[in-house]
Design a protein around this ligand. Structure first.
Ligand SMILES: [Zn+2]
Length: 474
């Protein structure tokens, strides 16, 4: 008999597509989705080759796309503990099939190719799911400006600039970058926090001996984020409406500024993260230094901000839920911080629990529809980051990146059950209903019955296209 290669038929699942949610079948041939229909029958010959999966009562969804991870991130005093193997295994176990990683800074003065080359080395032979990288901006000169389109030609069609940290960009630098990226068709991602305000508040608190974890949050109040966002919106307007992607939005005030800008026709796209939707700033006051577990920037906020972010997802002011996955052991955070929050490495894990957390707390608690869920977890990130329609959608011809989620699985999230390489999870003890039981990347099943069966190095670098920035791209 002729070998037709990989054939997988998923039967009777509840398929979530952009047009409709319906009970039906999905056929995979090779690495792609060959057919999606109410009922698909195989010939006797094909049956002999095919893998049959019964998905009765389960959701068949596009694989999750997390466009904000920090694998291998070197922050000087420490390195984020998940690499492209452990991080992508954790991602796969939680139903994510593609990541777009934000590289850390390279040596001072390095070219924009430096970190991309470094990260290709980190990822190849390690990643178990598909991946790409954002570029990172850390200084600006004529060479950087000339190289931005060249980097885009290599499939790196988005770049990040920071308004705080060591290699922060001034307003003038941002304006120049925005004019350049607009012309090059590159999307600029911005970490929007007002650096001078952070420094003055932090300085004040440290002088007063206020060094507990809660002062991390108090030194980065709402306006630190919202003022920076307003500034970015004004700069984007000045740069001929250059598209901007705001990472990890945490505040209602920032959200309202973005909503207003969008209504005025500006190309401002925004992302939030599970931690800003589900955790609040009261965690910073936990005893025994446990507040350090939640040190991240921007910090956790109040419940009022959380509610606003859920509404922002519902009304599509927010387009994406990503994780900012950047884990450091609690043990290490305590050791480096001592009694001083300002010495604690920032970041939390999240890549593994993102899909089940948002399914349970979003869809099941009726804060978003199943289709909205698929949109913010997969379709929008794919469209915005130039991966669509290869990734992010259940549709004929797309990569067979699929998850099957069992809505009856009751799980209490704990560090012990997760695969992230870190000694705690910020979501410890949270109960969820529903967990991905099967993960498929390009037709290959890499998680089955909640066990990892994939191969190290299977993941491929995806050369991204220029982003589809437009009104339907939210
Ligand atoms: Zn980040």
């Amino acid at each position: 008999m002729e070998n037709k290669g990989n054939i997988v038929l998923i039967k009777n699942g509840i398929l979530v597509t952009p047009d409709k949610v319906f009970e039906g079948d999905l056929l995979v041939i090779g690495e792609t989705i060959a057919k999606v229909d109410d009922s698909i029958l195989l010939s006797d010959e094909d049956k002999a080759f095919a893998t049959l999966i019964d998905a009765k009562g389960k959701y068949v969804l596009p694989g999750g796309i997390d466009v904000h991870t920090h694998f291998n991130l070197d922050i000087g005093v420490a390195v984020a503990q998940d690499d492209f193997y452990t991080g992508t295994v954790a991602a796969a176990m939680g139903g994510t099939t593609t990541i777009v990683d934000h590289p850390g800074f390279g040596p001072k003065g390095c070219s924009i190719f430096h970190q991309i080359d470094t990260y290709h080395e980190y990822a190849k032979e390690n990643a178990v799911i598909d991946y790409s990288f954002h570029g990172v901006l850390q200084h600006l000169d004529e060479k950087i400006i000339a190289d931005i389109p060249k980097l885009a030609d290599q499939g790196i069609t988005s770049m990040k600039a920071y308004m705080t940290y060591d290699f922060m960009f001034s307003d003038d630098m941002l304006l120049t970058v925005l004019r350049t990226t607009k012309e090059a068709g590159v999307l600029i991602a911005i970490h929007a926090e007002d650096d001078s305000k952070i420094h003055s508040l932090r300085h004040k608190f440290l002088l007063q001996g206020k060094k507990e974890a809660i002062y991390h949050a108090k030194s980065r109040p709402v306006t630190v984020e919202s003022d920076a966002i307003k500034k970015v919106i004004a700069l984007s307007h000045k740069a001929n409406n250059a598209p901007v992607y705001i990472v990890h939005l945490s505040t209602k005030e920032g959200l309202l500024a973005i909503k207003k800008a969008k209504e005025a026709g500006q190309n401002i796209i925004a992302e939030t993260c599970p931690q800003y939707l589900l955790l609040d700033e009261s965690l910073y006051t936990l005893p025994d230094h446990q507040g350090l577990k939640y040190i991240m920037s921007p910090p956790l906020r109040t419940k009022e901000n959380q509610n606003a972010l859920w509404e922002g997802l519902f009304d599509q002011t927010l387009s994406v839920i990503a994780t900012d996955h950047c884990p450091f052991d609690f043990k290490l955070k305590k050791k480096l911080a001592g009694d001083d929050f300002s010495k604690c490495p920032g970041g939390v894990a999240g890549v593994e629990a993102r899909v089940p957390l948002i399914f349970s707390k979003g869809v099941l608690e009726q804060k978003m529809s199943l289709q909205c869920f698929a949109r913010v977890m997969a379709e929008n990130p794919a469209k915005i980051m130039g991966l669509y329609p290869k990734k992010g959608v259940i549709s004929k011809g797309s990569d067979a990146d699929i998850i099957i989620l069992d809505p009856e699985q009751k799980v209490t999230i704990s560090q012990k059950m997760l695969h992230e390489n870190v000694d705690y999870t910020p979501y410890e003890g949270i109960n969820v209903m529903g967990w991905p039981v099967l993960t498929m990347v390009r037709g290959s099943i890499i998680v089955k019955d909640s066990a990892f069966i994939g191969k190290k190095g299977y993941g491929k670098f995806i050369k991204r296209k220029k982003a589809l920035i437009g009104a339907d791209n939210r």
